[in-house]
Design a binder for this molecule. Sequence first.
Ligand SMILES: C[S@@+](CC[C@H](N)C(=O)[O-])C[C@H]1O[C@@H](n2cnc3c(N)ncnc32)[C@H](O)[C@@H]1O
Length: 282
Amino acid sequence: METNNYNDNNISNYSFNKIVDDTSNSSYKLVDEKSVPKFWVDKYKKEASKNWDLFYKRNTTNFFKNRNWIGREFTELSFNVDDSQENSFKYVLELGCGVGNFIFPVLETNSKLFIYACDFSVRAIEFVKKHEQYNESRCHAFVCDVSNDKLKDYIPSQNIDIVSSIFVLSAIPPEHHLNVIHNISEVTKKGAIICFRDYAQFDETQLKFASSNNQHKLQENFYVRQDGTMSYFFTLEYLREIFEVDKLFKFISGKYVTRETINRAKGLCIDRKFLQAKFERL
Ligand SMILES: C[S@@+](CC[C@H](N)C(=O)[O-])C[C@H]1O[C@@H](n2cnc3c(N)ncnc32)[C@H](O)[C@@H]1O
């Protein structure tokens, strides 16, 4: 296989010079009919948590950049909680928290939040718990496979106000997406908000996977990186379909976000395409 396509998510080395927010999805033709043999597809899926754990063994806490933009894009997570309100404390659930690049900036800027943070990589959760800002009175980090384990076994039923799903649903095979949605629905309050951001269809990484001589395709819009971690590329239509199933969640807003990123050191310019959306628990 070719060089590690996970570079796509390591935006810490890149600077942005073009930003376009768009509600439409321009179309490309993907010529990627050839898929990875079934034996390997099954193996990558079976070994997903092991491959993410090895990812954190190699990269420790140095890979992802802190999600400092989160409060700007999702105002529910910013510092606008009304201090005068009694019980204004809010409970957040972060799915696939990695090593805490979302948790710590959010806790630092908003003193009225408590975060339940889970990941299926044991090593990632260890990094979160060892972080100097980790404090059990503000955060509970736990190991959990959100496509399989019941979140309600870890979280008091229906007490979550906000769920953050930031670059995690893409790592989960599409046949498990509905399990994840049902799982979230069991721990969220009526009116809870889901904050979603992830890879969009026709992101340049997907185009590279599709045109590569090496085989990356596992299923429609679902690919494997060189390190064995997997990535799905979303359309807004698909995302709405899975969240609106059984009238569990209502669509609030959604847009495609395009970022042209430049790595001057490597002379690389990449067109990133993300999907950002919000849903409300009915
Ligand atoms: C791209 S990282 C994003 C980490 C974090 N959300 C962030 O934005 O920095 C994806 C994370 O999802 C976790 N993950 C993937 N599948 C998962 C699953 N089924 N259950 C729990 N965590 C999962 C991986 O271990 C990894 O830490």
